[in-house]
Design a protein around this ligand. Structure first.
Ligand code: ADP
Length: 468
């Protein structure tokens, strides 16, 4: 057995052979027994620099395997142990260089690819100062004692002193290590079994949660489906109710029209000068009957119109409507209604080309209704009808300087029979605006309102120039 520690003497603190610093021990591998020695000493060095027990055994095993390989292939090597700093990580490592006595066959020895390489952090063939060296390293734990030059010297002395054991000793030690490794494997297997059962437990938990969630989701889904079915049913009921209301209104008003017209006719007959003369009181009462019957007929007619519009029984008669003609007609017919001298009715001339694809009768009906309302609810100032054309749309607005409507009622006045409180004395049914909005919708447009109490109102009809 050949052990040499003298090589690094006088070079403490200097990088040793092959770039390693602080060599701790040199050994020569020449014969079979050296393998045992290298293994044993390797473990001692590893223990001395602070590697944990497992790592000591790993390094020693790797070392003896590589040593065996080199003895067989190139008749041995010189082995150097040193503590060094890893250039990349800056951490301390125990590094072992095995410098073969004869050159390694080119590219034939690749220890890094075998199972042995897994025992250490690095194992590779490197070229150091033109020599080829097999180098392995294992990280020294951070908590291990720092190696000062004094400590290195001490370690080196201790290692040199220690008498090498026999191959039999090393075999016994190796056996003990094998038993420890087996124990370790067994305890790891037990740990694995525990982990496995925990994992299974967790899996069961996750599955249970998943099943619960799935059930809840299905439950919710069923609820949503049921809700939708109910909603569908309700909207069908609503549609049916709305249809029967329209039908009822249409029928009743239709049925009422004949008797009311008859009453009006009879009243006219009674009051006729060709009939028997009435007393003053009788004439007054017949007059009351006639005016009430007239109001009733107006209501019945409006109800009938609305019912027809709602049930979709009004079909617009589309044509190219000349707005100037419509406006001219309205100017003529409504002048008679503008009886207050303080209120001026202004119908502006629409800009050319003043045509719109629409139903002339229905459109005139809507505008007449709005102008009529304007005149009804305006004490002084003006009621103005204006037409503007922009971006393929006609904007027809009826603006008055009348009483105005509070903001919170802007939508309500489009509901059937709704009249703003305090305005009922001027007469009316509360059906004009809902009817007007229906008609405008049939013509493909919208009817909106802006208004402020005391300042007046603007009703705006917006229609596409090309029709619905
Ligand atoms: P009617 O005029 O027959 O009462 P409408 O549906 O045309 O029914 O109008 C509903 C209500 O809206 C009216 O009773 C009135 O209170 C209000 N209203 C409509 N037009 C105007 C207006 N230009 N200015 C102020 N209030 C209005």
């Amino acid at each position: 057995m050949s052990e040499r520690t003298e090589r690094s003497e006088g070079r403490e603190g200097m990088p040793g052979r092959h770039g390693m610093s602080e060599p701790l021990l040199h050994l020569a591998l020449r014969v079979e027994q050296d393998i045992f020695l290298i293994r044993q000493r390797g473990r001692e060095v590893a223990a001395a620099v602070g590697l944990e027990h497992q790592d000591q055994v790993r390094l020693a095993t790797a070392l003896s395997e590589v040593a065996r390989e080199l003895l067989r292939g190139v008749d041995g090597a010189d082995v150097t142990f040193a503590v060094d700093r890893d250039v990349a990580t800056g951490r301390r490592v125990l590094r072992v260089d095995l410098a073969p006595v004869r050159p390694l066959p080119e590219g034939r020895y690749e220890p890094q690819s075998g199972a042995v390489a897994r025992l250490v952090d690095t194992l590779q063939v490197v070229t150091v100062e033109s020599d080829t060296v097999v180098r392995m390293s294992r990280r020294v734990p951070d908590h291990a004692e720092e190696l000062t030059p004094d400590r290195v010297a001490q370690l080196r002395a201790e290692l040199a002193e220690r008498a090498p054991g026999s191959a039999l000793d090393e075999l016994a030690a190796q056996n003990a290590q094998l038993i420890a490794a087996l124990d370790e494997v067994r305890s790891q297997r037990d740990e694995l079994a525990v982990l496995n059962s925990e994992l299974q437990e967790t899996n069961r938990g996750v599955m249970a949660l998943y099943n619960q969630l799935t059930e809840e989701l299905e439950e919710t889904n069923r609820g949503v489906v049921a809700l939708y079915a109910e909603l569908d049913e309700k909207s069908a009921q609503l549609r049916a109710a709305s249809e029967s209301k329209s039908r009822f209104l249409a029928n009743v008003s239709h049925e009422l029209r004949a008797p009311v017209t008859a009453i009006i006719g009879l009243g006219r007959l009674l009051a006729d000068s060709a009939s028997d003369p009435l007393t003053g009181e009788q004439a007054r009462q017949v007059g009351l009957i006639r005016s009430s019957a007239g109001d009733l007929l107006a209501l019945v007619n409006e109800l009938l119109d609305l019912a027809k519009a709602e049930s979709g029984r009004i079909e617009p008669d589309w044509s190219d409507v000349d707005l100037r003609a419509v406006f001219g007609q309205l100017r003529g017919t409504l002048r008679a209604l503008a009886t207050r001298p303080e209120v001026e009715l202004v119908v502006e001339e629409p800009p050319a080309p003043a045509t719109v694809r629409s139903d002339e009768v229905l459109l005139a009906q809507v505008l007449r209704n709005l102008l009529h309302n304007g005149l009804k609810f305006t004490e002084r100032g003006e009621v103005r009808l204006r037409a503007e054309r922009r971006d393929g749309m006609w904007t027809l607005s009826v603006t008055d300087t009348g009483v105005g409507i509070p903001a919170e009622l802007h939508e309500r006045i489009f509901e059937e029979f709704y009249q703003v409180p305090g305005t009922t004395r001027v007469g009316g049914t509360g059906l004009g605006l809902p009817y007007a909005r229906r008609l405008v919708a049939l013509l493909g447009g919208t009817l909106e309102l802006t208004s402020e109490p005391g300042r007046g109102s603007t009703f705006t009809v917006v229609l596409p120039v090309g029709g619905a």
